[in-house]
Every structure is written in C-alpha cells, then in structure tokens.
Design a protein around this ligand. Structure first.
Ligand code: T3D
Length: 266
C-alpha cells in the first residue's frame, strides 16, 4: 500500500498534519490537495481539536505546485486559473477560517505556493536554516494562493516587490525581522516549540481565538468604522462565551482559568 500523502497525528487536543511527498519536497499534486482538504475538514469536525500543526516530511516544508504536472499534455498547457480556483484558493481560505489556531512549522524550503501555504497559517515558526522563496517569477508566474495579498501587507511594498520580482531565498531570521513570520528558532527546537505552542492552545479560550482570527482577517479589508462595528459584534459574542465568564471568575479568585474552548455551555 502506498504512503498517505498527508500524515495525520491525533494528539490530545490538537492534530499534526504532515505533507508527505518528501521525494518532491512535498510539492502539491492534486491527490495531495485532496488529502489535505480531507484532513482539514476532519480536524474542523472534531470538537476536541483546538489547534493544528502543519509541517512537511523530509528535508523541506513544501516546494509549491508539482511542476511535473505542469508540462504540456497533447501539446496543450494546463489552465492555471482553474487549478487555483479548484485547489489552492479553497485551501488557503480554509486555513484562515478554521475555528482554532493553525501553526506552521517550516524547515528547509517553503517555495512558491508552499510559501503562501505557510503564510496562510496563523503562526509561522521557521527553523533558522529555513528559506522562503517566491519562486514564481523564475518560471514566469505571479505569487498565488494569496501571495500577492499577504506579502505587501506583511513586509511592505518595497520588500514585497523585491521578494516577488527577484525570487531570491529569504532566510528565516530575515523573515522574522521583516515581519513575514512569527519567529525563527534553532533548527533542532522547531518541532518542540511548535508542539509547545499547540499544547498551549489546547487550554486556550478557543471560541474567543476563532473570533480574533475573524476580526484580524476582516481588518485587512475594512475601514476603521466598519472594523469598530465588527469588533462590537464579535465582542458581544465573545462576552457570551462560558470562557469569558470563567476568565473573569478566575481573575477575581486569583487562580488559573480552566477554559473549555466552547462557544456555549454544553
Ligand atoms: O496550479 C498551478 O500550477 C498554479 C499554482 C502554482 C503555484 C506554485 O507553487 S508555482 C511554483 C512552483 N514551485 C517552484 O517553482 C519551485 C521549484 N523547486 C525549486 O526551485 C527547488 O527545488 C527548491 C529551491 C525549492 C529547492 O532546491 P533544492 O536544491 O534544495 O532541491 P532540488 O534538488 O531542486 O529538489 C529536490 C527534489 O524535489 C528534486 O527531485 P530529484 O531531482 O531529486 O528527483 C526536484 O525536482 C524535486 N522538486 C522540487 N520542487 C519541485 C520538485 N518536483 C516537482 N515540482 C516542484 N515544485
């Protein structure tokens, strides 16, 4: 039997998903897209899942689209707009919309859509030796899977243009200094730190964190007034969660809160 294209490791309160095509630096085939979509849907459907760790098998995180599938067939080129709409766009939208934090642990390379994939996660940790490469320009493409949206917002116009037009590798420490990622960590500590973050999220007020994700995503499009109105709506929801009540009680009683992560009392 062939190896699964995405390995799913169920831990107490979170899951580790590992892209598993190491011989191709975990480049995306359609089957790997389908496997990842299924793994994300399963995690979302599991009430006990309160965080996700996304990583890659072997010596890299993900090299983007598998270019073997982008050779002309019967003299015709594949239509890339279709594959973006069918696979990459739903993938990054799903990662942003998941109702719990998603941590990317990046080692080796995150190239092309592999970089966009990492940047669609909520928290990106990278091994100090890892590199982010906007490889698209090297093959005549544009950054996709959200790349042109997130790059200028994360690092500003000048750096986004340099990264996208030159397609040079950006080392993890520089990526951290530029605000592209959360943190560069020593190579040998990458998984330990990523797992520790996920573990911490398993006892967090998950419903509230999901609302934070929604608010921050919306802030990328809203004007100030619309964002204030959204904050009022989402804070109303947050204020009705059992975790808010518990957080306040625990503060008054000078003890650590015990959060269920749920929206409502069950
Ligand atoms: O639907 C659509 O097509 C639109 C969406 C597009 C999204 C995209 O992601 S477009 C960009 C696609 N990705 C790339 O252009 C990156 C191509 N890869 C590289 O430039 C280099 O491999 C890396 C800089 C990422 C890493 O270099 P290095 O020297 O560490 O490794 P390597 O030797 O190049 O790669 C190792 C193996 O993985 C090698 O196979 P081999 O020779 O050992 O059999 C290589 O061919 C394979 N590999 C790496 N990236 C890809 C790949 N195979 C297929 N597709 C890849 N993207």
């Amino acid at each position: 039997m062939s190896e699964p294209l995405v390995l799913v490791d169920r831990r107490a309160g979170y899951r580790v998903l590992t892209l598993n095509r190491p011989e191709r630096l975990n480049a995306f085939s359609e089957d790997m897209h389908r496997a990842l979509a299924t793994a994300l849907a399963d995690a979302e459907a599991d009430d006990a899942c309160r965080a996700l760790l996304l990583t890659g098998a072997g010596r890299g995180f993900c090299a983007g689209q598998d270019l073997n599938d982008r050779l002309p067939k019967d003299g015709k080129m594949p239509i890339l707009g279709v594959t973006l709409e069918q696979f990459y766009n739903p993938l990054v939208l799903k990662l942003r919309a998941l109702p719990f934090p998603v941590v990317a642990a990046v080692h080796g390379v995150a190239a092309g859509a592999g970089s966009s994939l990492a940047l669609a996660c909520d928290i990106v940790l990278a091994a100090r030796s890892a590199k982010f490469i906007q490889s698209f320009a090297k093959i005549g493409l544009i950054p996709d899977a959200g790349g042109t949206f997130v790059l200028p917002r994360l690092v500003g116009r000048a750096r986004a243009r340099g990264l996208a037009l030159l397609a040079e590798p950006l080392l993890a420490e520089q990526a951290e200094q530029w605000g592209l990622i959360w943190k560069a960590v020593d190579d040998e500590k990458l998984m330990v730190e990523a797992e520790a973050l996920c573990l911490r999220f398993t006892s967090a007020p998950t419903a509230g964190l999901a609302l934070i994700k929604r608010a921050l995503d919306a802030a990328e499009d809203n004007d100030y007034q619309a964002q204030l109105a959204l904050e009022a709506r989402l804070q109303r929801e947050a204020g009705l969660t059992p975790d808010f009540a518990e957080g306040v009680r625990a503060f008054m009683e000078k003890r650590a809160p015990v959060f269920t992560g749920r929206k409502e009392n069950s």
